[in-house]
Design a protein. Sequence first.
Length: 155
Amino acid sequence: MPSTKHTHKHVEAADIAHHVATKLDEIGQRYTSGRRMIVESLTAAKRPLSIPEILETTTGLAQSSAYRNLTVLENAGVVVRVITTDEWARFELSEDIMGHHHHMVCSKCGWVDDVRIPDAMEHELDAALAKVASKAGFVMAHHRLDVVGICKACK
Ligand SMILES: [Zn+2]
Ligand SMILES: [Zn+2]
Ligand SMILES: [Zn+2]
């Protein structure tokens, strides 16, 4: 059995700024006020946000600079792009920061929310997926799974 680690380990809220600054420094970038606003907005949201949502929760951040800063944060491995069912990209902090989790995605409106699965169930999932992978001669490192359906608002 591969020893995949699904402890819901994440960076403590107080240490996020330090973690982000370190990751940015590794690619020769600074933790500017614009980047700080984006990270704080994503931290508070606890679900992936679209650029319009990020702009709603920040003050004085232009759309063009939100795009640029998100790209830098993505390159630093701090922010990841979440694929849903509509054309809007959504962004969230990496699993390094947020801990391992899954997404519930609405196939009608593209709404997406974080879902955390109990550790025991994560271990069962890992074992089942590792078995499938090894039958295909594939060495599993970790998994990504989305729950796709219809959200409350669209029902
Ligand atoms: Zn929906
Ligand atoms: Zn998420
Ligand atoms: Zn999982």
